[in-house]
Ligand binder design. Structure first.
Ligand code: FE
Length: 213
């Protein structure tokens, strides 16, 4: 049942529909209204962009790609050869994902991705990049000390495993295919996808095991 606001709620600022958003948000809204009013932008296009970021783009998409590659060797080969087309075939394509390259982790090689200049990442497959990916610390350190950075993410690889760091940019976006965890032979494709984190597809994590670790 809805709560009726009393005097103390009003004094503490809990007032339905009356809390003002931050000034930056108001400013953005004012600019949007002005552009729409003047016919310079189509509100339908704005809704579509908001919907893409809120609902359509995200690591759940990349996880489906990885799970498919784990269970279907033909798809895996296609993904490694033409990632843009293979990923688009599952419905994930468009802005910031036009030129994809998939790189595969093995027992010998672990791949990591960085954009040293800014924060380029494959939006349709992984969504907008996380804070750590944009941080100057990650961008500068992962090149010279990938093993140390990995350890800070809680990942320790055996010393014989080579770490390759791939520099992404506006033209090429990488998707790391993490190794399939042991003990997952009986899992379905959606169950496998649930083990694949965004970090595992950027190289700062591993796919979780079937027990959640
Ligand atoms: Fe960038």
């Amino acid at each position: 049942m809805a709560k009726i606001l009393d005097e103390s709620d009003r004094n503490s600022g809990v007032q339905a529909h009356t809390l003002l958003p931050p000034e930056s948000e108001l400013g953005a809204k004012a600019i949007e209204n002005l552009l729409v009013e003047k016919g310079l932008v189509d509100p339908v296009a704005i809704d579509a962009a908001v919907d893409a970021f809120a609902n359509r783009f995200g690591p759940q998409n990349g996880a489906k790609v990885v799970a498919r590659a784990w269970v279907d060797s033909t798809y895996r080969s296609w993904l490694l050869k033409d990632a843009t087309a293979a990923i688009a075939s599952l419905g994930f394509s468009g802005l910031e994902g036009e030129n994809m390259v998939a790189i595969e982790n093995t027992s010998e090689v672990h791949n990591m991705v960085v954009c040293t200049l800014c924060s380029c990442s494959p939006w349709p497959a992984l969504g907008p990049p996380p804070i750590w990916y944009k941080s100057p610390e990650y961008r500068s350190r992962v090149i010279r000390d990938p093993r140390g950075v990995l350890a800070e993410f809680g990942v320790t690889l055996e010393s014989h495993v080579e770490i390759r760091v791939w520099e992404t940019n506006a033209a090429i976006r990488y998707l790391v295919i993490p190794m399939r965890p042991a003990g997952t032979d009986s899992l379905t494709e959606p169950e496998l996808a649930a083990l694949v984190s965004r970090e595992s597809m950027m190289g700062t994590g591993l796919a979780r095991g079937p027990g959640g670790r």
